[in-house]
Design a protein around this ligand. Sequence first.
Ligand code: BGC
Length: 228
Amino acid sequence: MIKTLTIDIGGSGIKALVLDEQGEPLGERDRIKTPQPATPDAVMAVITQLASQQGDFDRVSVGFPGVVRQGIIYTAVNLHPDWHAYDLAQQLTARLGKPVRVANDADLQGMGAISGKGVEMVITLGTGFGTALFTDGHLVANLEFGHQRFRKGQTYEEQLGRAALKSVGPTVWNNRLLKAIAALSHGFNYDRLYLGGGEVKQIEVELPENVTIVSNVLGLIGGIKLWA
Ligand code: BGC
């Protein structure tokens, strides 16, 4: 059996889980707080620790909260500027001695959540505001729509990221979320929107019929899809 260690790097926590070939968890999810400052060295040390705690695995999938191409990091707004141009796949392979594939965290979450039919959009509500778009199961792009202008001169992430939730409180944040869903629905005309990420537990409003809340664990389960 091929075992895949999946790592989800977030702004507040780094999570790990080993999956079998079907994407079924083989053990318990592990989480260590994201070190501050979240430099590559500090985060790599946490990943190495999580990997040793998870035991046996043959390959590694990583969800990263920024722009990533061919394993190389381009942006990491909620981690640290030193991530720019960091070859995460190569560095992690050197440390763990296993093949590594890296994708944007929202894209990975999406791969675990979507049905593969029609236009499907994914939003992650955590430290940042992650976005992913799929048509018939194919990823359209590393979208980064969270940094687009939303309302009142602010981006989606500035209005709906964890910092905003803390400062305006859940009621205002929930109303903003409904406005964001309406804007994204008009802009992308998706068949279904999935909401993931650690802060979905704060949702207390009724959502449109074509919007589904998904488990944050899918951010890890999606890791199996990088090897399909
Ligand atoms: C990053 C995205 C990421 C999102 C959620 C944003 O700040 O730019 O790449 O998907 O946060 O972590």
